[in-house]
Design a protein around this ligand. Structure first.
Ligand code: TAP
Length: 504
């Protein structure tokens, strides 16, 4: 049994009836017994490409390894898809679209989406473990967020498939045709669901590529497509490098392309399809401001700050990576935040008690570490809680910087890791100006007691999503997407669905 003790802080933080209340500082005062997830993720040693409803070897005959970032061990080999495979996938998708899927009544298509959602729920534990092994995110996140939310997207879009005459009142909708999609490594399964569910609900067929770092959930989802009896060619999964993604994005058969990833690669893709009539959705990077006013419920705000930047090790496009804190409460908020961070458990992502897991790859770990060094060099003050990191694997402690100014690179550039830049402000206008002073515009958070202030902030903040007194909340019914260099188009909700159809 763990021993529960609490140190008394020498400094009282609150007074109740004149008596000072001690601040409870738990830190690492007690240890948790290991609680690893042990169920079988049902992984194969080798996965082929999924084209025309079948798993087929790549034309090149080549495979690449997928590595578990928590222990650097190989998980499986994945097919390295190239030009000939992309060609075959588009041919299969076009045939399926013209002969089966595009003609099928929406109420029939809905049945397949419901089936996929239910099969994903049936195999939720297996998928959660596989996703954690492939990506490094804590099992409590894959179990409670990624997998249920992915299933929810298929359920939600199944619900739309037989009601498409109501999605654009007064207009009729028709599928676009074949859609090319490329997704990143930070939410591999959820991004598959965000991309595939609306596309096929609308009657389109899909060629999709997952990221090289995290291809497992895509090929496992292809097994579910087979089990659900999805007609061959409706969804084709091509694993492979960025260059294969380029082939998918520029293929002449693609009526629409949907990309989620870095702003840099998004710009490369936009340049390469400029002048074509392809429709596009771009979900790109972010540098969100999480803004805490002095009238906010500070303990809740601290939970929101932690969730905002340390969820998925900060590898979240909408992460609250800039904390803007009102000067009168800045010292208290930072003290509370440090106290909370001392209690976060960093380590084996498969352990049910782990709060912060592994960074997705050695390359990403080095990128984040470089940013931490840049922050120190630029004069910001670094703080990390004491924690023991596993000897093998790609880990970083939760990291915060105080004394950050707007010009610092750690305040301007997307780090995509567990690093928080803390900046102070004095007035509402200053908060808005600082929050909007970025090339990005994906999300923002506001913490305050005043409804009028929430309304003002959400109107003036240039961000696709503004959360009030919460952060990182998602729902399939709610559209998500960016302003400025965070991209365009929406995913989720009616708006996301409309991005996959033409109005006739
Ligand atoms: P990227 O390097 O941009 O990679 C994203 C995907 O694009 C991967 O599948 C990648 O393949 C592929 N790719 C690379 N070069 C390509 C090219 N020239 N043409 C076509 N595809 C190409 O991003 P990442 O490192 O995986 O993910 C992190 C970034 O994604 C962050 O900037 C983050 O903000 C953004 N993101 C945004 C959102 C939303 S909703 N806005 C959601 C998640 C992530 P390889 O893996 O094989 O290189």
């Amino acid at each position: 049994m763990p021993t529960l003790t609490a140190k008394k802080s020498p400094r009282p933080t609150k007074r109740a009836q004149g008596r000072p209340l001690p601040e409870l500082i738990f830190g690492d005062l007690w240890e948790f017994d290991p609680s690893p997830e042990t169920a079988d993720p049902k992984l194969k040693a080798r996965y082929d490409l999924f084209i025309d409803g079948k798993f087929v070897a790549p034309a090149s005959g080549k495979y690449f390894d997928s590595i578990n970032p928590a222990n650097e061990q190989k998980i499986a080999e994945l097919a390295l898809g190239g030009a000939a495979d992309v060609e075959a996938a588009y041919r299969a998708a076009q045939k399926a679209q013209e002969t089966v899927w595009g003609k099928m009544p929406g109420r029939e298509r809905a049945k397949y989406l419901y089936r996929i959602a239910r099969l994903l729920q049936d195999r939720a534990r297996e998928f959660a473990i596989a996703e954690t092994m492939d990506n490094g995110k804590p099992i409590k996140e894959t179990r409670d967020f990624d997998v249920p939310m992915a299933a929810a997207h298929f359920f939600y879009h199944a619900g739309w498939a037989d009601k498409l005459e109501y999605v654009a009142p007064g207009r009729r909708v028709a599928p676009l045709g074949v859609v090319g999609q490329v997704i990143p490594w930070n939410f591999p399964l959820l991004m598959l669901a965000w991309k595939i569910a609306p596309a096929i609900a609308m009657g389109n067929c899909v060629v999709i590529k997952p990221a090289t770092n995290t291809p497992i959930s895509a090929v496992k989802l292809a097994e579910i497509f087979q089990d659900a009896g999805l007609p061959p060619g409706v969804v084709n999964v091509i694993t492979g490098p960025g260059s294969t993604g380029g082939l998918i994005m520029t293929h002449p058969t693609a009526a629409k392309i949907a990309f989620t990833g870095s702003t840099e690669v998004g710009k490369v893709i936009m340049r390469s399809v400029a002048g074509t009539d392809k429709r596009m959705t771009m979900e790109l990077g972010g540098k969100a401001a999480n803004i805490v006013f002095d009238d906010a419920p500070l303990d809740q705000a601290v939970e929101g700050i932690v969730n905002g930047i340390f969820f998925n090790q900060g590898q979240v496009c909408c992460a609250g990576s800039r904390l803007l804190v009102h000067e009168p409460v800045a010292e208290r908020v930072v003290a509370k935040l440090k106290n909370r961070l001392r209690a976060l458990r960093v380590g084996n992502p498969l352990d049910k008690n782990t709060d912060v897991g592994a960074i997705v790859s050695r390359g990403q770990l080095e990128t984040v570490q470089d940013y931490i060094n840049i922050g120190v060099k630029e004069g910001a003050e670094l703080w990390q809680p004491p924690c023991r990191l596993p000897a093998k694997g790609f880990y970083l402690p939760p990291t915060i910087f105080t004394g950050v100014s707007q010009s610092h690179r750690i305040a301007r550039e997307e780090i995509f890791g567990p690093v928080l830049a803390i900046i102070t402000f004095r007035t509402v206008d200053e908060a808005i100006e600082k929050a909007n002073n970025t090339a990005y515009g994906l999300s923002a958070g506001v913490w305050t007691d005043k409804g009028s202030r929430i309304l003002k902030m959400s109107t003036e903040l240039k961000a696709g999503v503004v959360w009030a007194n919460t952060f990182n909340k998602f729902d399939p019914t709610s559209p998500f997407g960016g302003y400025k260099e965070s991209g365009f188009g929406r995913e989720g909700g009616r708006q996301g669905l409309l991005d996959y159809c033409k109005l006739v």
